[in-house]
Design a protein. Sequence first.
Length: 178
Amino acid sequence: MKRIIFVMGQELYGAMREFMPMSTEIARARCRYRCPRKRLLRRVYDRMLLLPASLVLFVLNGPARAEFSVCNQSLDVLNVAIGYEEDGEFQTEGWWSVGANRCAEVIREPLKNRYIYVYAEDVFGQPVTEGSIPTCIGAKRFLIRGTKDCWLRGHKQADFFEVDTREQERWTLFLKNN
C-alpha cells in the first residue's frame, strides 16, 4: 500500500514538473521587479509538492458512505421518514428533507435489518408514497418507539411502504414521480 502511494505521488510530481516552467514564467512576469527570484521559485515548488500530498490523502480517506440513502427524482422537495426494528421493537424516525434531484443519507451505519419502511410527503403534508404498514410519525423531527396508539401518544398515523434491502449493507432508494 505504501509503495503504491509513493509511486502514485512520484508520478503526480513528475506530471507537475512538466507544467513548472510555465508556472515560473508566469510568476516571474507578475513579480518582475518586486519579488526575489529564489523566494518565488520556492513558493512554486512548495505548491507543486502540496498537490500530490493532498491527492494521496483524499484517496486514502475516500468519500463518505451512506448505508441507506433516499434519492428524490421528482421536481418537488420531499420530507422522508423511515421505520425499522431496533432492539426487538419497531421505531420510526424523521424528517429528512430531500430536494429535487438530490439524495439524503438516512442511515449512516451498515444495515442490520433486511426491511426498511419509508414514508414520504411533500412540503404541504400530502403523502407521495403509497404504503400499507400503519406507523406513527411526528409533526417535527422525531424518534418514536412502537406503532400502537399514535393519536393517544400525540403523534399522527401514516402508512409506510416496505423496502426489501435483500440483506445488503448499503442500499439506495429512488423516489420518482408517478
